[in-house]
Design a protein around this ligand. Structure first.
Ligand code: M1P
Length: 243
C-alpha cells in the first residue's frame, strides 16, 4: 500500500490561499480512486489554517493532518493524538525582534512572531501581510536573501534548534528533530506495514527548506519516494499521471 503525504502551501494550494476549485475536483477524483492508499496532510501551518485552505470533502477523506511541522497530529477518527509544547528562549525572541527593527525591507508589518504548538514562525514582513505584500516581499527576499542570512546566523547561535525557510515570507523554528520528519517517524511506529511505501509531495525539499527533513528521513529509511514540486499544478499533474 502507498501512504501519500502532502505539504499544503505551495504544494496543494497557492501560499496561504484556498485550494483552487479545479484542483480540488481533480484531487477528490484521485483520492476517491480505486487504488488502496492512505493520505495525510503535513504542514508547517496550524490546524486552523489547514481547515481554511482545504475543503472538508478532501480533509474527511484523509487519515489525518500533521500540523505545525508535525508538532501536532490530528487523526480523523480519534481527534488530537499528540501536541508538543515548547517555550522558546527569551534571547531568541529578542533577537527576532531586533531583526524586525533592523530589517532593510521598507514595508515591515505586524504579526512577526507567531507562536504555534512546538514551534514559532517568524517573518519581518509579518503575518498580517496581504497576498500582494507577500509577493513583493518574496521577490525582494530572493534578491536580498534576508531569510537565508537570518537562518545562517540563528543556526550558529542556536545549534539545538531547527531553523528552516517556511513558505513565501517566513522562517519556521523548532527544537532540533521536532520537524516534519516527526510525521514519517510517527506513522512508521504506529500505522505502517513494513512493505508499505511513503509518497511525499513538497515545495521546500531542498536543504534549508522546511520539507527537507521529511525527505531525508524517507531516503535514510529507504521506504518511499518524494516529489519536489513547483506548485499545485505540478502536484496534480504528477498525481493524475503517475498514481
Ligand atoms: O506550509 C508552508 C509554510 O506556510 C507558511 O509559510 P509562509 O507564511 O512563509 O508562506 C507558514 O505557515 C509556514 O509556517 C509554513 O511552514
Amino acid at each position: 500500500m502507498k501512504i501519500f503525504l502532502f505539504d499544503v502551501d505551495g504544494t496543494l494550494t497557492p501560499a496561504r490561499k484556498s485550494m483552487e476549485s479545479s484542483h480540488a475536483w481533480d484531487f477528490l477524483d484521485w483520492i476517491s480512486g480505486v487504488e488502496e492508499k492512505r493520505v495525510y496532510i503535513v504542514s508547517g501551518s496550524d490546524r486552523r489554517k489547514i481547515l481554511e485552505q482545504l475543503p472538508s470533502s478532501i480533509l474527511s477523506r484523509c487519515s489525518g493532518a500533521f500540523c505545525c511541522m508535525a508538532n501536532q497530529f490530528w487523526d480523523n477518527e480519534k481527534g488530537l493524538v499528540y501536541s508538543n509544547e515548547w517555550n522558546p528562549p527569551k534571547s531568541l525572541i529578542s533577537q527576532l525582534n531586533d531583526y524586525v527593527l533592523n530589517s532593510e525591507y521598507e514595508k515591515v508589518g505586524s504579526g512577526n512572531i507567531e507562536s504555534r504548538p512546538g514551534m514559532i514562525n517568524f517573518s519581518t514582513v509579518g503575518r498580517a501581510a496581504t497576498a500582494e505584500e507577500r509577493l513583493e516581499y518574496n521577490l525582494w527576499d530572493r534578491q536580498s536573501l534576508e531569510r537565508e542570512s537570518i537562518c545562517v546566523e540563528l543556526k550558529t547561535r542556536y545549534p539545538d534548534l531547527d531553523i528552516s525557510i517556511g513558505g513565501q515570507i517566513s522562517i519556521d523554528i523548532n527544537p532540533k528533530g521536532n520537524n516534519k520528519s516527526q510525521c514519517t517517524k510517527w506513522i512508521r511506529q504506529n500505522a505502517k506495514d513494513p512493505d508499505s511505501e511513503f509518497v511525499f509531495f513538497g515545495d521546500k525539499c531542498h536543504k534549508g527548506g522546511n520539507d527537507y527533513d521529511i525527505v531525508e528521513d524517507i531516503n535514510k529509511n529507504r521506504d518511499g519516494v518524494f516529489f519536489s514540486v513547483d506548485g499545485p499544478e505540478e502536484t496534480l499533474s504528477i498525481l493524475t499521471s503517475e498514481y
